[in-house]
Design a protein around this ligand. Structure first.
Ligand SMILES: [Zn+2]
Length: 338
């Protein structure tokens, strides 16, 4: 992809294009912002633009040998590092110091084919401490004709000494219109999405393309129906709802965070409806007829409190807490907040 073929993120594109135009490309950048909003795509487009053999000095042609090799990640001057799991069963992927040392050895030489060597470290916050410290040396004394580019959705987990040596470029969530255009431009594997299915994905995407594409519409519809019923009926007179719900989801611990995220999305929308917010901010706007009466049956404070209660439950359950117990407790607190 080239700059011009990437939708959205006009500000980061402008900063990078200006830097190329003015000959003021920095030695190191940090692309930061939410997941799945185009950071990696732009990093690759930037690498291509810096090395392209085509006629446009400010953007990649996407057709020359250099662009093709970068796209396939086989260009000898393009180094792409991402976290890997040490064994298939490891819980978290990590970037180890060995990967950084290997990179440093390769960076000792001049570019082979291109004008500029580019290093992209994806999910840079997953470098372990040793790797970060080792990479810091490269940042402090960058090799000639080399650009170092860190990508992170959680830059606060990077060492401050790394942060201070990079020019930060902030990426924001994509607009509804950008997400819509991106979904429409994707090749459809199965049947074509209808207009209303596209709208549904766009409104619920939270500005992230991956979320928009991953949505399982049928499953979501079923879950939302179930959760709205709980939010509508739960009370100290209906303890049966509490126990049944907790029992069902205690058996399904893998999905519990998805359920709680869905609760958060619905409660957020209910709070917005309750405060008289306009429809354009509502993620689940297709359910407005069902949701508005539920929203109005409680105070705004109740919805805000319930949001916090779900968030606290999520945090507790990301550890090893007993799912059934915590879900029961969450729903009892829902009643108390009413
Ligand atoms: Zn090219």
């Amino acid at each position: 992809m080239s700059f011009k073929s990437i939708l959205g993120q006009s500000q980061p594109k402008k900063i990078l294009t200006n830097a190329i135009q003015n000959g003021s490309v920095a030695h190191s950048y940090l692309f930061y912002g939410p997941d799945s909003v185009g950071k990696k795509k732009l990093a690759i487009a930037f690498t291509k633009a810096l090395n392209c053999k085509g006629v446009d000095p400010l953007d990649a042609c996407d057709e020359c040998e250099s662009c093709m090799k970068i796209e396939r990640r086989i260009h000898p001057d393009f180094f792409y590092i991402e976290p890997i799991k040490s064994t298939p069963t490891s819980r978290e992927a990590v970037i180890k110091v060995e990967a950084i040392r290997e990179l440093q050895n390769k960076l000792a030489y001049m570019p082979y084919e291109g004008k500029t060597k580019v290093v992209v470290i994806d999910s840079a916050e997953l470098m372990n401490l040793q790797a970060m410290n080792s990479f810091l040396k490269t940042l402090e004394e960058p090799p000639s004709s080399t650009i170092l580019l860190l990508i992170s959705a959680n830059p606060n987990r990077l060492l401050p000494t790394l942060l201070s040596r990079c020019q930060g470029i902030q990426f924001n969530r994509l607009s509804y219109q950008d997400i819509k255009s991106i979904i429409q431009s994707q090749p459809q594997e199965e049947e074509t999405l209808t207009e209303s299915e596209i709208e549904f994905r766009v409104y619920r995407s939270q500005g992230s393309v991956d979320i928009a594409l991953a949505e399982d519409i049928e499953k979501v519809e079923h879950l939302r129906k179930q959760l709205l019923e709980v939010l509508e009926k739960v009370s100290f007179d209906r303890m049966d709802i509490i126990f049944n719900f907790a029992k069902v989801w205690a058996k399904n611990t893998e999905e519990i965070q998805t359920v709680l995220n869905e609760f958060l999305g619905l409660i957020r929308d209910l709070a917005l409806y309750r405060s008289g917010c306009s429809q354009s901010n509502i993620q689940n706007r297709d359910l407005s007829l069902r949701m508005i009466p539920i929203a109005e049956a409680q105070s705004l404070k109740t919805w805000i409190d319930r949001f916090t209660i779900v968030r606290n439950t999520q945090i507790a359950l990301s550890g090893n807490a007993n799912t059934q117990l915590f879900i029961e407790n969450m729903l009892i607190e829902f009643c108390e907040a009413a």
